[in-house]
Design a protein around this ligand. Sequence first.
Ligand code: ATP
Length: 227
Amino acid sequence: MLLEIDGLQSFYGRSQALFGIHLDMAEGEVVALMGRNGMGKTTTIKSLCRILPYRNGSIRFCGQDIAGLRPHRVARLGIGLVPEGRRCFSNLTVHENLVVAARPGLWTLERINALFPRLKERHGQYANTLSGGEQQMLAVGRALMTNPKLLILDEATEGLAPVIRQEIWSAVRALKDEGQSILIVDKTLKELLKVADRCVILERGQNVWLGTPAELSAEIQDRYLGV
Ligand code: ATP
């Protein structure tokens, strides 16, 4: 197993946000983490990256218990996070942002440039002068440059123009075709269901449904994802 989350409970101060999350992922899988706003998707991701310490339950990544590890140690184990709200180093150029993240593996600068040709065109530009979509591509590129075993995309297409969204989705599909394991949160259900192997739905910090996109009926969507 690539990832085994078992009985995860997390808190913000005294306020409990997760009440026992279970999530398994095999290598090469694309898993969609779903649920309405505030149901615990980002909190699950933060706990997994140890940005938020969790109090109960266990998280094993490639068989290793990550409890007690600092966030940078978890990243080094092979978890590449593209956080909500895309974080790049704004005072570094595109090129610098990519190379500072680099760790040996299949993903190199050349391959990132091939995946996102716009980044190649902008390689000398400071990250804070990029459009939102370009910053998002850079955030994905940076995460890939670490050659992660697991790539996590939290709302990677949020707030972007439709044409840019499509570029991000085709990159996600290309990554999937290469066997990249991806845990993904996104509000665009149509695209999400096309790329996911399995879906996990959270409600109020707990799992309420698990299955394939084909099994996700209109009724389930209405019950757990409808507004
Ligand atoms: P969204 O799509 O809105 O980001 P989400 O499913 O990712 O939703 P979380 O952000 O994980 O939801 O939020 C889960 C719960 O934790 C919510 O009840 C939220 O109010 C609470 N929460 C999130 N961040 C904090 C914080 N920094 N401090 C206190 N409570 C928080």
